[in-house]
Design a protein around this ligand. Sequence first.
Ligand code: HEC
Length: 137
Amino acid sequence: MSLKSVVSLFVVTASLIIPVFAGAAAKDDIAARIAPIGELCMAGDECAAAAVEVASGPRSGEDVYSSKCIACHGSGAAGAPKLGDAGDWSARLGKGTDTLYTNAIAGFQGMPAKGLCFDCSDDEIKAAVDYMVSNSQ
Ligand code: HEC
């Protein structure tokens, strides 16, 4: 038997034997690797019992302000009246709260409709206006 055939016999034998030993552990590894990334949770399944918490009720004026309006009204960007700046707000307050509500909801010059909070209800926008006004006097 030539050296070449001894080597190739060894390679063939090893390739048949090694997987047998590796097999059991490898199967678990493979199962883990090809497992689905997410699992579907159907209503009634145990996993569905831990329902995702849905935000309940309207957001407060402060929440809306801090997540949306602050982008412009925090810094006064584009001429937005700044929170806490009584001078910026005094002329606006003269228009009356209803006008401020309407302009915040429908948009007014540089102020985009609803301050770009597209999922805000009118009441949430009004609450955010109230929050800014009451903190700017
Ligand atoms: C993209 C920037 C931007 C965002 C975001 C924004 N505003 Fe404004 N807002 C402005 C600017 C600019 C003005 C000043 C408009 C003018 O007088 O020309 C303004 C003015 C206002 C006024 C005064 C309107 C008036 O009649 O004088 C109110 C009230 C107001 N914004 C409420 C809000 C509320 C509430 C939010 C968040 C839900 C918000 N804004 C988000 C830019 C923004």
